[in-house]
Design a protein around this ligand. Structure first.
Ligand SMILES: Cc1cc2nc3c(=O)[nH]c(=O)nc-3n(C[C@H](O)[C@H](O)[C@H](O)COP(=O)(O)O)c2cc1C
Length: 203
């Protein structure tokens, strides 16, 4: 009997701030994805601080190269951005711009990948506008945003030092997003396996 390998989910996000609330929100979704059977890899905070994406050179920072490779090999993605001035933070948008380097790959960009989008800001207005931007960027990259998106208002929802979230409504919202990314990735994996030519079909 063959066993299907676990789907790989890449969780990216956070800010440069210690105890970044967007990183903590990302972790809640990532833990739910892991509990749903996925292998989860995280790249967060300063590990996402790449040079500005440069179209005029093929030279890439090693951190950025590693990021692009992990995006390429992921079955699903979780993204959490802080809301800065009503939109995606510069660091997160710059990291997403690097997915341009997957343009010529097959599948290109985020094609076929489920993407859970989470925004964290200090007021509802910026959480909503930032989530909207994240989903638009994912669409532009040919990804499949999950049905539920996450909006965490950090003025209302607090995370404990250990990363747990006492706001059960917010925590459950984040967990659902983690599970939805895994569910879609598993469905894609099952359908790809079903349509792939059998190894011993002789063709
Ligand atoms: C440069 C900057 C701009 C911000 N702009 C907004 C904003 O427009 N609306 C808002 O509600 N919060 C804004 N905030 C607050 C952050 O969204 C909020 O603190 C969020 O929790 C930051 O995420 P972090 O904890 O991961 O650093 C801003 C914070 C910074 C540093």
């Amino acid at each position: 009997m063959t066993t299907t390998p676990a789907v790989r989910i890449l969780a990216i996000g956070g800010s440069t701030r210690p105890q970044s609330s967007s990183e903590l929100a990302l972790n809640v979704a990532a833990m739910a994805a892991q509990a749903a059977g996925a292998e989860v890899i995280s790249i967060t905070g300063r590990a996402l601080m790449f040079p500005i994406y440069d179209t005029e050179t093929t030279h890439r920072d090693p951190l950025a190269l590693d990021f692009v490779e992990k995006v390429r090999t992921a079955h699903g993605i979780l993204i959490a951005s802080p809301g800065y001035h009503g939109g995606i933070s510069g660091m997160m948008k710059n990291a997403l711009d690097y997915i341009e380097d997957l343009r010529e790959h097959d599948p290109s960009y985020l094609d076929g990948r489920s993407v859970g989008c989470i925004s964290v800001a200090y007021g509802w207005q910026a959480t909503v506008s930032t989530l909207h931007q994240l989903r638009q960027v994912v669409h532009a990259l040919r990804g499949w945003p999950t049905p539920l998106g996450g909006t965490v208002n950090a003025s209302v929802t607090k995370f404990d030092a250990d990363g747990s979230c006492q706001d059960t409504g917010a925590a459950e919202q984040l967990a659902i997003i983690g599970r939805q990314v895994v569910e879609f990735a598993q469905m894609r994996q099952a359908s790809t396996d079903a349509t792939a030519p059998s190894a011993n079909s002789g063709s």
